[in-house]
Every structure is written in structure tokens, then in C-alpha cells.
Design a protein around this ligand. Structure first.
Ligand code: TYD
Ligand code: MG
Length: 460
């Protein structure tokens, strides 16, 4: 094989250098250079074409209406929650990145996926982390039908592709992409350039052969997938596995999906027989209080295509530190800082000398702004040591001037709360139905934070 040329490219500004250096001379950033393969112009053009879908090689301009008939081909995995997150099954030739903390169940899920696809779509499980004996032992313990699944312990992408070309699996699992390296680069396996280049090879392979490829990706401390962001751009779908170590529930979230809705959630429970689906998860993220407790508020979040009842807990306590702690678990830290400022200014509660901890029960992450109002109410409830009235839900976005803004799908959220026996809902005015009542659920429409606080704790 001819020696491939490589260059060191700055991830920030794109300047390139023949040798590695600590600082980019062009933009002054430190430690942003990583090694990339230089493609000769001709083969680079060939690759660019190969990276597209089969059939676009002969480039020609066509009216869209004439090509619309060619729908992507999908296969149901028959693990309902996974199919849901994928947007209705696995698309042929698609590349799906599955990220998550170690031990959350990525390998388990993908082994179960291959077993569920069984004879319909042959699978090849490539492991760079566990031995084949470990994988087989897990499969047996889970009672999976291992018959059609083949496994390979290999980390060199060139050799993996050789095997894939001769075995012709329809589904290829790479566990994990951080262990894979290519011969064309001298950088260490796991480095940004190795991960990126190996992933690019696998993506090209998927598009050229129509093989479905699952890439397992480790998550960094910051919560992103280790390796460059480009990994997320290269693949068709990015699914994140979330959950608390103590909790048996696991949430699979579509963070990006070219073939379905983003933020779609699939809910699983880890059992001794692997991951089980939780097809009706609406109320599992509520803790089982017998009496109303201070610092707890229930919200209706709507991640993906279905509403979920989720409990937000807050603990506000006198701080002994000069710089009080603000800790948000399952929510965005900066958002919490903003909400506390809004609470001070428009809710009259000064928490600047208090430690504030906010947690979403069950290890689920809530990314939508509809969590603002319940977070504010939970914080205030803990601060005043006064529980919210029983069977109350809330949702709504808080603005900097203290207004409570509407969120999408208000009515659907309210119906979900009514169905689960909630009696009162504090919601943005524009989300309230005209009749202010859904079944047993009384809807309290508020325009400003003040109104919401009065509705929750009674006017003072
Ligand atoms: P694994 O799939 O190896 O996680 P990842 O690939 O994301 O690192 O999951 C391992 C964890 O799941 C481990 O802590 C044990 C637990 N587990 C069960 O509780 N039950 C099971 O049936 C299996 C296979 C794993
Ligand atoms: Mg694993």
C-alpha cells in the first residue's frame, strides 16, 4: 500500500500544517491540531461520489417529482421502542451512532437488536472491547437466539471492511468506534483523527453496500460523544442512551435523525434478561410520594411524539459558601441560573445566599423550556418549605421579564395529565383550552410568574 499523506488540521480555523504543533499559528488556539488523511484530488472526488447514495454516481439534474417515488427501505427491528426512536424501523444503508455512559447498556441493546433481526437481516458484531467469549456468554445469559449472529474481534477498519465484504452482513455493529483505527494514520487509536477517519470509511461502506451500520460511541464527561463533532454530522442518526446508575430505567433519545423525529424517546428497563421495553412509560418518572412534599413539582414534558409525566425536585438550603452551589441534574445548568434570577426579580424570592440543587427524577434529561415553570415552582416550594397542592402539574417557558410563554402541544399534555388523575394544571395562558377544564382536571391559565406562584401557593 502506498504511503498516504497526512496533514495536521486545526479544528477551529481549518489551517493545516505538515507537522504537529501545540498552537495553531493562524488562529492562536491551543491543542486543536489533529491528523487527517490527504486524498489525492482524483480519488478524493471518487470518494465524494461514493459517499453519496448508490445511484447518484452518474450525476445529472432531475426534477424531484420523478425521484420521489423511491422511498427509503425500512426494516422493523421488532423492538418497538427502538423502532420508534429510529423513526419507524431501521433504514437500509443508514449509519446510526449510539452513545452513552459506560455500562448503560449499549452493547446489550445492540446484541438484542441483532438477535431480534435474526434471520431476516444477518448481523455481524465487531467488538474492539470485549472478547468474543464474553459476547457469546452475554447472549446465552440473555437467552437470545444467537444462531444467525456472527462476531469478530478486530479493531483495524481495513480488516473489518475486508471481513464485511466477504461476509456480506446486512447489519454491522461496531462496538466501539473509539477502539477502531485505520492503517493510513499514525495517530493513536481513540484520537480524534482516527475516530473520524475510521467512521468515514464505515459510512462510505454503508452507503455503497446498503448495509446498516451501528456505531457505539463513548460519551465524554461533558456529555458529548468522544471524538469530533463531525462524527455527528457524518452519520444519519445519533441516539443517546440516558439513565441513572441507580435506576433500572434507560431512555434512548434521538438527538439527530435524518429518517425520523428528533428528541423521540424510547424507554427501556434493565432486567436480568437484558433490556425490556417499557411501551407505556408515562408515569414511571414520578417518585411515589404518599403525601405532598416540599420541593417537588410534576411537569408534562413532550419529548418526541408522546407526552411524559416527569417529576422535578429541588432542594434549597442556606449556603455556607461565599459562592453558593447551583447544581442541575437532567436540566441545563445555565438555564437554572437564569431561572433563579427570574425568580428573584419577578417572584420576590432571593436565593442568592442559598445552595440550589435541582434534579429530574429517574435520570431522564429534559431539554425543552417547558420545564421552566415546574423548576421555578419546585425551587420556590423548597425555599418556602411549602408543598405544592396535591395532584398538580405545571409546564411553561419563563421569559426574562417574568412572563410565562406557551409551549407546543399544550392540549395533548393536559389530556395526559388528566388521564393520570391530576386535578390541577398551571399552564401558560395560550396553552389553556377555552373551557379551562379537561375531565377532572382544572386548568389554571397564567400570564406571568406572579400569577403562577399565586395559583400554586395561594395569594399572599
Ligand atoms: P453493557 O451493555 O455492557 O453497557 P455498555 O456497552 O453501554 O457499556 O451493559 C452492562 C450493564 O448492564 C452492566 O452494568 C450490567 C447490566 N446488565 C444487566 O443488569 N442485565 C443484563 O441482562 C445485562 C446484559 C447487563
Ligand atoms: Mg459495551
Amino acid at each position: 500500500m502506498a504511503k498516504t499523506k497526512t496533514a495536521y488540521v486545526c479544528a477551529d480555523c481549518g489551517a493545516d500544517y505538515p507537522k504537529w504543533q501545540g498552537q495553531c499559528e493562524a488562529c492562536g488556539a491551543w491543542n486543536t491540531l489533529s491528523e487527517f488523511v490527504l486524498q489525492p484530488a482524483k480519488s478524493a472526488a471518487g470518494n465524494a461520489r461514493g459517499a453519496g447514495y448508490a445511484g447518484v454516481d452518474a450525476s445529472s439534474v432531475q426534477p424531484l417529482t420523478q425521484i420521489a417515488g423511491e422511498m427509503e427501505r425500512r426494516h422493523l427491528v421488532r423492538i418497538g421502542e427502538l423502532d420508534r426512536v429510529l423513526g419507524g424501523g431501521l433504514v437500509e444503508g443508514s449509519v446510526v451512532l449510539v452513545g452513552g455512559d459506560p455500562g448503560i447498556g449499549k452493547s446489550t441493546l445492540l446484541l438484542q437488536t441483532l438477535a431480534a433481526l435474526g434471520q431476516r437481516l444477518s448481523g455481524l458484531y465487531v467488538s474492539g472491547e470485549e472478547s468474543l467469549a464474553q459476547i457469546a456468554a452475554r447472549g446465552h445469559r440473555l437467552g437470545l437466539l444467537l444462531e444467525p449472529i456472527k462476531a469478530l474481534a478486530e479493531t483495524c477498519v481495513e480488516r473489518i471492511l475486508e471481513h464485511a465484504i466477504s461476509e456480506k452482513p446486512r447489519v454491522l455493529v461496531i462496538d466501539s468506534i473509539q477502539t477502531i483505527w485505520t492503517e493510513t494514520l499514525t495517530a493513536a487509536p481513540g484520537s480524534v483523527s482516527q475516530v473520524r477517519e475510521s467512521a468515514a470509511r464505515l459510512v462510505r461502506f454503508a452507503k455503497e453496500t446498503g448495509t446498516c451500520v451501528f456505531l457505539v460511541g463513548h460519551v465524554t464527561k461533558e456529555g458529548g460523544i468522544a471524538g469530533p463533532r463531525v462524527l455527528e454530522h457524518m452519520v444519519d442518526a445519533v441516539l443517546y442512551f440516558e439513565g441513572e446508575t441507580g435506576s433500572r430505567f434507560r431512555v434512548l433519545r434521538a438527538f439527530k435523525n435524518r429518517f425520523g423525529a428528533v428528541n423521540e424517546l424510547g424507554v427501556f428497563a434493565m432486567s436480568d434478561k437484558g433490556l425490556r421495553e417499557v411501551p407505556n412509560p408515562s408515569a414511571i418518572f414520578l417518585s411515589a410520594h404518599t403525601a405532598p412534599t416540599a420541593g417537588s413539582a410534576v411537569m408534562v414534558t413532550r419529548e418526541g411524539t408522546r407526552p411524559l409525566l416527569v417529576e422535578v425536585q429541588a432542594l434549597v438550603d442556606q449556603s455556607s459558601l461565599g459562592n453558593p452551589r447551583r447544581v442541575a441534574l437532567g436540566l441545563e445548568q445555565n438555564r437554572l441560573a437564569m431561572l433563579l434570577a427570574v425568580l428573584h426579580r419577578h417572584g420576590g424570592a432571593a436565593v442568592y445566599d442559598q445552595d440550589v440543587f435541582v434534579n429530574v427524577v429517574g435520570g431522564i434529561r429534559v431539554q425543552e423550556t417547558a420545564a421552566d415553570l415546574p423548576v421555578l415552582l419546585a425551587v420556590l416550594s423548597s425555599f418556602r418549605d411549602k408543598p405544592l397542592p396535591e395532584k398538580t402539574v405545571a409546564f411553561g417557558e419563563a421569559g426574562l421579564s417574568g412572563e410565562i410563554r406557551p409551549v407546543p402541544n399544550g392540549e395533548e399534555r393536559l389530556r395526559e395529565a388528566a388521564q393520570h388523575g391530576f386535578k390541577r394544571a398551571i399552564v401558560p395562558k395560550a396553552n389553556a383550552p377555552k373551557k379551562l377544564r379537561i375531565g377532572e382536571l382544572e386548568v389554571i391559565a397564567v400570564e406571568r410568574l406572579r400569577g403562577a406562584i399565586d395559583a400554586a401557593f395561594g395569594a399572599v
